[in-house]
Design a protein around this ligand. Structure first.
Ligand code: FAD
Length: 381
């Protein structure tokens, strides 16, 4: 067992931190208040190669291994406080770009990957529907085969990047009577006639990532837009969720470290009752717990990346990562507000935004409750 970071991991994390310090420092109080997608941030991330971190060079990507990608994302999260922007990057990478690499045929890879991996086009995925959230197999959007086309009819909700995405992986059933066996994935491009996209209303956090609702009204898609086989949608979705759950929160490792360091500084400097508040055990314990959560979260993320690099299945580990990193991020962010007292409660201190951003991570990519269910099942319960 070797826990040392490789030279590539170290180099990419350092490069990501330097890049984010220089190019990804935004006025987040006003960006967050406006709730707009950080388009400029996206262009800059693309110039760094982030939109194609794990994608092979022949498709326009940076060809980083998953563990080097995880280190780079952690570095971005450490030095860039725009969690929404990095969440948009995660949705683009894990729920659209990588699945096209893994499950697309050569024609689909060549058609979509170069622009996605260079960040010239933005990706996302649409599984959730108003009546099908955790229970994805209950989806109602239909894809009816008509000659050389499928006709899509239905609605999708909570689509990250939806209003600004150019390419979306959309799940629908080719035959509702087949239940989960009917689920099928499609690649849908912006501008498809009959596809209506509306931004979701105001929301708690991750506001610089765009969120939208889709409506498909008799949208005709060529058969060549199908991703994988008919009926393979659920398997494909679980496999892409394995990567998403394992890696979408890699930037949160950096965010937790950034918050923890800020709290350590505050605990040293803030004097009450004649001494620094870090001298009170109630405060130092919070910091120790932050450190413990950070290191355990790191261990789980890096082990997940390592397992996938060995070509091994890591469904169970992906659920553990998702559950632990999201819950850790929420707890660390809330403790940071508490440790800063009244100042932590102010918008300008930018700690309350961290709580709002972190809370979404307990819901997207499968809720914490669902991850506990999945872990329990894999333990034979
Ligand atoms: C910021 C954000 C971004 C998102 N991005 C996307 C996206 O890009 N694409 C996409 O398709 N979806 C996306 N989603 C949707 C997300 O995947 C769903 O919200 C999530 O799967 C939960 O579904 P739901 O909201 O319908 O809640 P429900 O499934 O109705 O769940 C409600 C409550 O019941 C609990 N519950 C449900 N089933 C069980 C069970 N079996 N055991 C225990 N508890 C259970 C849940 O944990 C939750 O607490 C996003 C959501 C958010 C908040």
């Amino acid at each position: 067992m070797d826990f040392a970071w490789t030279p590539d991991e170290r180099r990419m994390r350092t490069a990501a931190v330097a890049f984010a310090r220089e190019r990804l420092a935004f006025d987040l109080v006003s960006l967050d208040a406006r709730g707009d997608f950080n388009q400029e941030g996206w262009q800059r991330l693309a110039s760094f190669g982030a939109a194609g971190f794990p994608i092979p060079r022949r498709y326009g990507g940076s060809e980083l291994s998953l563990s080097v990608t995880a280190h780079a994302l952690e570095g971005l999260g450490y030095a860039c406080a725009d969690n929404g922007l990095l969440f948009a990057l995660g949705a683009h990478l894990w729920a659209c770009t990588l699945p096209i690499l893994l499950f697309g045929n050569e024609a689909q890879r060549e058609r979509y990957l170069p622009a996605l991996a260079r960040g010239k086009r933005l990706g996302g995925h649409a599984m959730t529907e108003p009546e099908a959230g955790s229970d994805v197999a209950a989806l109602q959007t239909t894809a009816t085969r008509k000659g050389d086309t499928y006709v899509l009819q239905g609605r999708k909700a909570f689509v990250t990047n939806g209003p600004v995405a150019d390419v979306l992986i959309v799940f629908a059933t080719v035959d509702p009577s087949r239940g989960r066996e009917g689920l099928t994935a499609f690649i849908v491009e912006k501008g498809l006639p009959g596809l209506h996209i509306e931004p979701t209303g105001p929301r708690m956090g991750m506001r610089t990532a765009s969120l939208g609702e889709l409506r498909f009204e008799s949208c005709e898609l060529p058969v060549s837009s199908r991703l994988g086989e008919e009926g393979a949608g659920l398997t494909l979705f679980s496999q892409m969720m394995e990567y998403e759950r394992g890696l979408v929160l890699a930037p949160a490792l950096g965010a937790m470290e950034r918050t923890m360091e800020r709290c350590i500084r505050r605990a040293r400097e803030r004097q009450q009752f004649g001494k620094s508040i870090g001298g009170f055990q109630a405060i130092s314990t919070k910091l120790v717990e932050m450190k413990l959560r950070l290191e355990t979260a790191r261990g789980l993320v890096y082990r997940f990346a390592w397992l996938k690099q060995q070509g091994r299945s890591a469904m169970f580990e992906a659920s553990l990562v998702k559950l632990h990193v999201s819950e850790s991020w929420v707890q660390t962010s809330m403790d940071a507000v508490q440790l800063h007292g009244g100042l932590g409660y102010l918008t300008e201190t930018e700690l309350e935004r961290e709580v709002r951003d972190a809370l979404g991570s307990r819901i997207f990519s499968g809720t914490s409750e669902l991850q506990r269910e999945l872990v329990a099942r894999s333990m034979g319960l």
